[in-house]
Design a protein around this ligand. Structure first.
Ligand code: F6P
Length: 324
């Protein structure tokens, strides 16, 4: 193994830089040349890359985003698109590939591995935490802390004005961020795509918890079946006469910022492990974390299964409902 290609792909996530740093330093320590392709698969197709050296990764462990850039690339989903990338990887004599991203990126990595016969290691990096085979993805912990910090602030104003607030958090297909942050921020209720939402019941619930019109927070995952917070707000208004409602969409602020200590550690451990796995001759596996340990599972298993948040946590939120 002499040259390893590295990309970050899909939505960026805090901790990706820590992972890049770990891969690069680990490669250099083992006499391997790390090649960073820019903007995910787009850079691979367009042959835009850098031979990464120590100086490239100085002082990046604490930075959000990704120094390599990232993209969602539709061309790479086609065999013709991947053929461009394969040509470029072959001419550069790349003999291993590490992909940091989500399951869409892993599908591309797996196809590339089969068509080019190159060993591939996948590292889960997305704030959504929606990847099967790992309890935590790089970026999720930081995003949760960003949400909790924002909701704490919203609670100050909600409490002062005795308002109900709907707060929309990211999670197009999954409710991990919503469910966990609802607990951490003491929310009255949570709406997630994995559970059918009932707006009448939510209104009844909010009234019973909120007789004196004090503050309540409802966390809503952006992918909820009842719609976004604006739709839910409009549906709730006629059902909550006498109450004041507001909504807030946290948006892309959740994707940025300094990675938490947890994400830096997870990302660093996964980066070092990925290089070791390539040197051991492993391929087509994703690194997952269960408890405090890292393990591997076939990429095919992770892309063919759906990660589900801990639904028993809905009971935790229900158990804490106070009827005033
Ligand atoms: O990174 C995942 C995610 O944050 C989703 O939760 C969200 O729906 C999506 O990315 C939005 O991404 P973009 O604005 O880059 O299309």
């Amino acid at each position: 193994m002499k040259k390893i290609a590295l990309i970050t792909s899909g939505g960026d996530a805090p901790g990706m830089n820590a992972c890049i740093r770990a891969v690069v330093k680990s490669c250099l320590g083992k006499g391997i040349v790390p090649i960073g392709y820019s903007d995910g698969y787009t850079g691979m197709i367009e042959n835009r890359f850098t031979n990464l050296v120590s100086d490239d990764v100085v002082n990046i462990i604490q930075r959000g985003g990704t120094i390599l850039g990232t993209a969602r690339n539709d061309e790479f989903k086609t065999k013709a698109g991947r053929a461009h990338a394969i040509k470029n990887l072959k001419s550069e004599r790349i003999d291993g590939f590490i992909c940091i991203g989500g399951d869409g990126s892993f599908r591309g990595a797996s196809a590339l591995s089969n068509e080019m016969n190159i060993p591939v290691i996948a590292i889960p990096g997305t704030i959504d935490n929606d990847i099967f085979g790992t309890e935590r993805t790089i970026g999720f912990d930081t995003a949760m802390n960003t949400v909790v910090d924002a909701v704490d602030k919203i609670k100050d104003t909600a409490g002062s004005h005795h308002r109900i607030f709907l707060v929309e958090v990211m999670g197009r297909d999954a409710g991990f961020i919503a469910l966990e942050t609802a607990i951490a921020s003491g929310a009255a209720s949570v709406l997630i795509p994995e559970e059918r939402s009932n707006i009448e019941l939510l209104a009844k619930d909010l009234k019973s918890q909120n007789k004196r019109r004090s503050n309540s927070i409802v966390i809503v995952a952006e992918g909820d079946d009842a719609g976004g917070v604006k739709d839910i707000y409009e549906k709730l208004l006629p059902l909550l006469e006498g109450y004041t409602l507001r909504y807030s969409i946290l948006g892309h602020v959740q994707r940025g910022g300094r990675p938490s200590a947890f994400d830096r550690i997870l990302a660093t451990r996964m980066g070092v492990y990925a290089v070791d796995l390539l040197l051991e001759g492993k391929s087509e596996v994703m690194i997952g974390s269960i408890g405090d340990s890292l393990h591997t599972l076939p990429i095919s298993k992770t892309i063919n299964n759906t990660a589900v948040p801990r639904l028993e946590n809905l009971k935790v939120i229900k158990a804490l409902k106070t009827v005033k």
